[in-house]
Ligand binder design. Structure first.
Ligand SMILES: [Fe+2]
Ligand SMILES: [Fe+2]
Length: 308
């Protein structure tokens, strides 16, 4: 990987503590980039995008500062962690222009030697037209598994990452969907693997944690069935998601073999914590995971987080 030495000072640190257990693989998790463009042409607003566009105009353009993109891409690349897992919501209303911005961000990381792995979010299939047009596949097909989801990807050290399909277009709500057959296949892929397994989806499986509470119209239909299936494998699993734009890391109270990580939105201006960017770093050990939260204020901060 080519690292510009000028960037080192702003790069988060990735050093291993002296007493840390062996590390099988490391990966970075980036969630909810939400590149946005405001649409003024009324002909392009004759669908759900009208609602989304109002949201972009009133809220997202203030909350999501895309100008930090280059700075964040440099910092991520400078960590020398090859795999970057994206759990979707690359766009805001699935516009071609938003996909182009997001694809440019991933291409920049790829040129630095990173390897993105991608899942779509509900905003990437925001309109039925964008779904029919297979816009996500056209822009990110090169980073997606060749035969669709669910799929398993093996990292360099052998750690498995299972990718689940959880999104669908909706007329008004932001609900997600996973079919019973897809849950069954996901559990099979987990059972076939050895050692701890990262399972990734766009939607959280928990309706609430210490940092978020998910309204009924923003939840994953069938979330409980997927949670139960993963729990019943008995395997050590880290379920990684976005969608809620809030960081949380918890152990499942009913299935202790299952941990849930939601990573905050990449460009979100978090007024409470005074940060303007965040992502997570995951280490896979032979028998467990370590999770680090990276946040950007005047400089990058990296904190090891214990599950609650
Ligand atoms: Fe989102
Ligand atoms: Fe989402």
């Amino acid at each position: 990987m080519t690292i510009d030495p000028r960037n080192r000072a702003e790069a988060p640190q990735s050093a291993e503590p002296a007493d840390a257990p062996p590390v099988v693989d490391r990966l970075i998790h980036i969630a909810d980039l939400h590149f946005w463009r405001v649409v003024y042409n009324p002909l392009r607003l004759l669908n759900k995008r009208l609602l989304g566009n109002i949201n972009v105009y009133l809220r997202r353009r203030h909350e999501f500062n895309m100008s930090a993109g280059a700075k964040i891409a440099r910092a991520v690349a400078a960590m020398r962690i090859k795999t970057i897992l994206f759990t979707g919501d690359f766009t805001s209303t699935a516009l071609e222009e938003e996909f182009e911005l997001a694809a440019g961000f991933l291409e920049r990381l790829r040129q630095e030697g990173c390897e993105p792995i991608v899942l779509p979010g509900n905003h990437d299939v925001y309109t039925f037209e964008s779904r029919r047009d297979q816009r996500f596949e056209r822009y990110f097909g090169a980073y997606a598994p060749p035969n669709g989801y669910p799929a398993k990807v093996r990292l360099d050290g052998g750690a498995p990452v299972v990718l689940t399909p959880t999104v669908c277009p909706n007329l008004f709500s932001s609900k997600g969907r996973i079919e019973d057959s897809e849950i069954e296949r996901t559990a099979e892929l987990v059972n076939e693997a050895s050692g701890p397994v990262v399972v990734a989806g766009h939607y959280p499986l928990l309706e609430r944690t210490y940092s978020y509470q998910l309204a009924p119209n923003r939840r994953l239909r069938n979330a409980e069935a997927l949670r139960r299936a993963l729990g019943e494998t008995g395997r050590t699993i880290l379920y990684v998601c976005g969608h809620v734009h809030r960081f949380s890391y918890v152990q499942d109270e009913r299935r202790p073999n299952l941990h849930h990580l939601s990573t905050g939105a990449l460009f979100r201006h978090n007024h409470k914590e005074r940060t303007t960017g965040e992502f997570a770093e995951i280490w896979v050990h032979p028998d467990r995971f370590s999770v680090f939260r990276h946040t950007l204020d005047t400089e990058w901060r990296r904190v090891a987080v214990q599950p609650q």
